[in-house]
Design a protein around this ligand. Structure first.
Ligand code: AHR
Length: 494
């Protein structure tokens, strides 16, 4: 069987917002402490941040980084993390049953994120706190000076404002596990109040309301609709979170999990547009998919002691996971008209694209590679291809296409991102480029290989890396290519 993909510059989905390639740093396990920050590490800079990890983050291409949570933020007092380190209090990190030293806080994070080429995206605590603490944090970060909080920032070593543009109004407030969990009415009102106060401090900020924490939450999509009915005019985005895993050995379904992700995104778009119609609003609320990834481990808090930076949810990703992460990026791109921000959760160690050992090396997980390549080359205008593909049966979704793909056009060139979900067979693909002028040759890069369980480890950090395929020529407006079994592919056509 054979697949075909027609690329036409007329079928525009939308411009890629670079913030689609964001990631997430939470005070969770060893993401901050022992991840980005380890003053004793041989590569640490004068601020205590690891140089090897920073280099990997820069190479990954992450234009925006969400911080400091996640579940952590819902019990966080941001004031604990500013000022001289020796006077910062040691606290309990409740959701992750850890000891929090507060050695890293808002100032350190904002400065570090700019150094690695990212803009910070901060979340405020709407679990145990409210509009006042949120507005003060905006003032601390963004007000130039001459007021108590802005002058305190200056005194703490940041004369210029951090200029934080995007702010999350809490985290997963629909989840019963969330500290300060609320009903949609309670949260929607609070989000509106916090948003109003924060925007009075800085009218240029963008605000993200918490939608549901997952498409399988019993309160989805009612939560999202009710929340937005309270705060629609105050916010720019509604959040959604999406995690997948292979269940009970059903790899065929796992490889097609973007079927579910596509539906979930479509449902949130529909819900936001329903509230728009109901409230007679004119503006559109877009989507911030500010947590997404493959995630296996489930942590329990009960059997552990309170510890500093415990090893939590340190999933080791394999080749299959890399293909799925690449496919999730394809799903994000095809929704580029409405999904404007997305954050791979998370950056380091805790379900991280990067792993780091204390005093030892840091290396890219398998999932790092499709992310880095899509971030680098998936810029420009997304085109919706017309796809003809063989199909296969899955337990979860019924019949699904073997090929999933999207195209991105930048200047004269076209980049196709494509996944072959067939675990055993090569997929011959014809890319029809007759509608795109002056394309002559193509370079093929892919992530594949014989062992689906191959992973990158401390001893073998380069087991799963991008491979170079054949150089190909466009012939009479068509490109013929073979996609290896179980592979993620990038085809750059110029
Ligand atoms: O990313 C890990 C956790 O997943 C986050 O803290 C939370 O928001 C979500 O449930």
């Amino acid at each position: 069987s054979h697949a075909r993909l027609v690329v036409d510059p007329a079928f525009v989905v939308g411009e890629v917002d670079p913030r689609l390639y964001g990631s997430f740093v939470e005070h969770l396990g060893r993401c901050v402490y022992g991840g980005i920050y380890e003053p004793e590490h041989p590569t640490a800079d004068e601020h205590g941040f690891r140089g090897d990890v920073a280099d990997l983050v820069t190479g990954m291409g992450v234009p925006i980084l969400r911080y400091p949570g996640g579940n952590f933020v819902s019990g966080y007092r941001w004031e604990d993390g500013i000022g001289p380190r020796e006077s910062r209090p040691t606290r309990l990190n409740l959701p992750w049953k850890s000891i929090e030293s507060n050695a890293v806080g808002t100032d350190e994070f904002c400065t570090w994120s700019r150094r690695v080429g990212s803009e910070p995206m901060l979340a405020v605590n709407l679990g145990t706190r409210g509009a006042d603490a949120a507005a003060r944090l905006v003032e601390y970060c963004n007000h130039p000076g001459g007021t108590y909080w802005s002058d305190l920032r200056r005194k703490n070593g940041a004369p210029d404002p951090h200029a934080v543009k995007v702010w999350c109004l809490g985290n997963e407030m629909d989840g019963p596990w969330q500290v300060g969990h609320k009903t949609a009415d309670e949260y929607g009102r609070l989000a509106a109040q916090a948003a109003q106060a924060m925007r009075l401090v800085d009218p240029d900020i963008e605000l993200v309301a918490c939608g549901s924490s997952g498409g399988r939450m019993p309160t989805f999509p009612e939560w999202d609709a009710t929340t937005l009915e309270h705060c629609y005019e105050h916010v720019d985005y509604i959040s959604l979170h999406s995690y997948y895993q292979e269940r009970k050995g059903d790899r065929a379904s796992f490889l097609a999990c973007t079927t579910d992700m596509d539906r979930y995104i479509d449902a949130v778009v529909a819900t936001a547009d329903y509230v728009r119609a109901k409230g007679r609003h004119t503006k559109r609320v877009n989507l911030s998919l500010d947590e997404w990834n493959v995630w296996y481990s489930q942590e329990t808090t009960v059997e552990r002691e309170w510890e500093r930076a415990p090893r939590l949810i340190e999933d080791q990703y394999n080749l299959v996971d890399a293909v799925v992460v690449g496919n999730m990026l394809i799903s994000l791109l095809r929704h580029a008209d409405r999904v404007r921000i997305a954050c791979l959760a998370q950056l380091v160690n805790a379900i991280g694209a990067i792993r780091a050992e204390p005093g030892g090396p840091a290396w890219p997980q398998t999932t790092f590679h499709p992310f880095a390549l899509t971030s680098r080359y998936g810029r420009g205008v997304v085109l919706q291809p017309v796809i003809t593909s063989p199909t296969y049966e899955t337990a979860w979704f019924g019949e699904v296409p073997v090929l999933d793909a999207v195209a991105v056009r930048d200047d004269g060139s076209v980049t196709v991102f494509a996944v072959n979900r067939d675990q055993h067979e090569t997929l011959p693909l014809t890319v029809d480029l007759r509608a795109v002028p002056r394309l002559r040759r193509a370079a093929h890069t892919y992530i594949g290989g014989a062992d689906p369980l191959a992973a990158n480890t401390e001893d073998e950090p380069g087991r799963v890396v991008p491979r170079t395929g054949a150089n190909l020529a466009v012939d009479a407006g068509e490109l013929a290519i073979a996609l290896p079994p179980l592979s993620w592919n990038m085809i750059r056509i110029s």
